[in-house]
Ligand binder design. Structure first.
Ligand code: THU
Length: 156
């Protein structure tokens, strides 16, 4: 038996004002999207914004349902719309936020969903995680957020 260790590297920024401009813009678009979330049950509004290679920014937010598991997270709302609308256009970055005072990391299901597109496009997708105030985290790929991942090669 050998023990193996995995470490992840990510950036922590003090606040939005210290972020590179493109990341701050994307995070603001995620904030904007969060305001329009449909979250009557949890009252936890989440916003996501994807920057596409064509320069377009796709926004998404959580969409809840009275049958709770039917609802969708902000990230998947945005990802599925982007893939439906622009199936061959690569995603350059994803920003996620909520009205918190700490960064919002994507849930496990959304990490898996993001990984699918990162694998498909063969280019890393940086993930920027913020809140209403407080620090911001940035990680350079979805893959780093999901160690020991299940991906399409396992199906072969
Ligand atoms: N939520 C997201 O939209 N994204 C995440 O990554 C975490 C959770 C939503 C789902 C649900 O509508 C609410 O936040 C509370 O879990």
């Amino acid at each position: 038996m050998i023990k193996k260790f995995l470490t992840i590297e990510f950036e922590e920024w003090e606040n939005e004002n210290t972020l590179p401009e493109a990341d701050a813009i994307l995070l603001n678009k995620a904030h904007e999207a969060a305001q329009k979330a449909y979250a009557p049950y949890s009252r936890f509004k989440v916003g996501a914004a994807l920057l596409l290679e064509n320069g377009e920014i796709i926004q998404g937010n959580n969409q809840e349902n009275s049958s709770y598991p039917v609802g969708s997270c902000a990230e998947r709302t945005a990802l599925f719309y982007a893939s439906a609308r622009y199936p061959d256009i690569k995603i350059k970055a994803i920003a996620i936020t909520a009205d918190t005072h700490e960064p919002i990391p994507p849930c496990g299901m959304c990490r898996q969903a993001m990984l699918e597109y990162e694998t498909k496009q063969q280019n890393c997708i940086p993930v920027i995680m913020g809140g209403k105030t407080g620090k911001i985290w940035k990680i350079n790929s979805v893959s780093s957020l999901l160690p020991l991942q299940f991906d399409p090669h396992h199906l072969k």
